[in-house]
Design a protein around this ligand. Structure first.
Ligand SMILES: [Zn+2]
Length: 443
């Protein structure tokens, strides 16, 4: 075990760089001390690379290549989501290690999302610089500071690169991982490499009432009208569809699937419709693969228990399937609600990302590094990333944007993301460093 690398990683995990939706709650000092720690922990990298702060806290490094070829961009973000410390088995910012050998595990907020990738990238570059290796093409490291609140760091970095005329041949950000059992009927380990991600938007629903007294309520008060609208949305989910990245995933995995899945995946031109209708039954992840999903997240009504609400509001968070749009989803929601007295407004929205190719040189480089560093038995497959990442901004300057973190994660480990007991096995994290080293050397 590379103890020094693990200790550097733990030091970064102990800095509570928590992003809050309300920026006044964000502790800028934590972000400053994170940035200050980096040159001390990775001195060779900071000697060999140029680096700058973009916006307030985002970091952009440039490792000059020998040739003027299109550059490679490795992305990560160093903010983390908030914690409810009482829910954790180990303190979330102590980076406690439990177990030994292959079971040794680091427990911390950010262990996977996304300081795991960030520290592995830094470690890979630090050791390559130490080996005297340098890249043929430029390599950029782009580290956002507010991914978790869909902030300004990554778009600011993209602006800087665009202004300088940078067109990356390959961009790699967080996303899928090495998993088993995520796709029904497939038992081999798969590297889920996101070639696209769903769009994200929020609709505000508002019902209003002239006012009155809770002792003499109207027949359909604002709160009940709003509840009816939410119920109608819930009863009319978006139609299912097998979009190209999802089709490609099933085609790629067909040879590794057991029957009858193999037959279904191999003949997807014939079976696609049936498969799309069946997938929601396998669970919420496979449901989200085949349709735009919508969920009511925030609700508000009156300020007191004996007061009639004059305004009742809801937020509906919608994730758009490839091919869907903010405008189309808004129209569908209005039709489903079918009530002109419910005001529907788009609070914010971004359409689904373009789809990156799963053939060609950039894709092959990632797949090759998966095989050489993580295990030749792992099947690299394109997939549709269900959540949003900072990488969506980079689709403006690159046609080859991929979403993959080189870590073997169990279903339980994946569930701990954004929840309590986030953790990563030490061996798994160390292998991730090898992946980034191999990817850099292949570039
Ligand atoms: Zn993340």
């Amino acid at each position: 075990m590379d103890t020094a690398a693990v200790e550097r990683f733990r030091e970064l995990l102990r800095i509570p760089t928590v992003s809050h939706v309300d920026p006044s709650q964000t502790d800028a000092a934590a972000f400053a001390s994170f940035r200050e720690a980096l040159p001390r922990l990775y001195p060779a990298l900071h000697e060999a690379l140029e680096w700058e702060t973009v916006g307030e806290h985002a970091l952009l490094y440039r490792w000059r290549g020998a040739e003027a070829r299109e550059p490679l961009v490795l992305m990560a973000h160093y903010d983390v989501v908030p914690v409810v410390a009482g829910e954790w088995a180990h303190p979330p910012f102590a980076a406690t290690i439990t177990g030994e050998g292959a079971d040794a595990t680091i427990h911390a907020r950010g262990a996977i999302d996304d300081k795991g990738a960030l520290a592995a990238i830094l470690e890979a570059v630090e050791t390559l610089v130490g080996d005297g290796w340098s890249p043929t093409r430029d390599v950029y490291l782009a580290f956002g500071h507010d991914e978790e609140v869909a902030g300004t760091g990554a778009p600011a970095i993209v602006d800087v690169l665009r202004t300088r005329g940078v067109r990356p041949v390959l961009v790699l950000d967080e996303g899928g991982a090495v998993v088993s059992g995520a796709v029904p009927g497939v038992d081999v380990e798969t590297a889920m490499i996101g070639v696209a991600e769903r769009g994200v938007m929020t609709l505000g629903l508002t019902a209003r009432e002239a006012g009155g007294h809770a002792s003499t309520p109207p027949a359909l008060p604002a709160t009940a009208r709003l509840a009816r609208a939410i119920d109608r949305l819930q009863r009319r989910p978006a139609p299912v569809r097998l979009v190209p990245p999802v089709r490609a995933m099933f085609r790629t995995l067909a040879p590794y699937a057991r029957q009858p899945f193999r037959a279904v995946f191999s003949h997807i031109a014939l079976t696609g419709g049936m498969l799309a209708r069946a997938l929601p039954r396998f669970g919420s992840e496979t449901n989200a693969l085949v349709r735009t999903t919508a969920v009511t997240t925030e609700l508000s009504g009156a300020d007191g228990e004996n007061v009639l609400a004059t305004t009742a509001r809801a937020s509906v968070n919608i994730r758009l399937l490839t091919g869907d749009t903010v405008a189309a989803a808004t129209r569908r929601a209005r039709r489903a609600i079918a009530d002109p007295r419910i005001e529907v407004d788009v609070r914010h929205g971004s359409d689904p990302s373009p789809v990156s190719p799963w053939r060609g040189e950039p894709w092959r480089r990632i797949a090759t590094a998966v095989g050489s560093a993580l295990g030749s038995e792992i099947v690299a497959t394109p997939y549709l990333q269900l959540g949003a990442s900072d990488s969506r901004w980079f689709t403006a300057i690159s046609d080859n944007v991929y979403r993959f973190a080189p870590f073997r994660l169990t279903a339980a480990e994946r569930e701990a993301l954004h929840a309590h007991d986030e953790r990563i096995r030490v061996d798994v994290w160390l292998r991730g460093i090898d992946f980034y080293r191999d990817l850099l050397r292949l570039s």
